[in-house]
Design a protein around this ligand. Sequence first.
Ligand code: SF4
Length: 229
Amino acid sequence: MTDLKSSNIKPNAPITECIRCGICCEKGGPSFHLEDKHLIDKGIILSKYLFTIRKGELAHDNIKDELLPVSSDLIKIIGKKNSFICIFFNESKKKCRIYENRPVECRVLKCWDTLEIEKIYSKNRLTRKDLLSGIGGLWELIEDHQARCSYEKIKSMLQKYDSAKKNNLKNDILEIIRYDIQIRRLVVKKGGVDPEILDFLFGRPLTLTIKMFGMQVKREGDSYMLSSK
Ligand code: SF4
């Protein structure tokens, strides 16, 4: 990145190099690709700074500029509290805190010429399987969770049930949501898993993502209720 003060860029001139405006880092952290695997394997970027968008979940496609269901896991860097701003972005200094080890998407992104990022954007995406399949016990739990709580499963239930079976549909979806809640509690309580890595291991909670199907979950004590948004 170039220091704006020492650059020759003039106001209103077309941008031809990074001026450290920080907009790309404020719009959200990158998705990981196979080339980035070592960053996580070696603990250079810790799992607590990651989250998973699971297959079928809606995510903003930065190239097509629209919300689309993802075709495989997307492992992403989390945002700062209540925002999309990458957790590693130092806003006051307009600097990346992991600049030397930033993932490949950050390396190739040039906002003034998107050709390079377009080439790699959908290719070789890193998945949880690439990172976790060697961890016996945990990986089986993740696979089981995915089988029980997949977005494809919920989508097909919504297509299959007619309006006469609306209550059955709600109960069946609630059962999936309860499992998603329980497995997270269980691995923390019994497995000693750090709660901060749950959204990486199991994706974002269904209590939040179910809204993509036009539903919302309400909690009263230990009971959960599903309603239309
Ligand atoms: S990792 Fe660094 S360069 Fe990439 S979005 Fe975050 S702050 Fe910006």
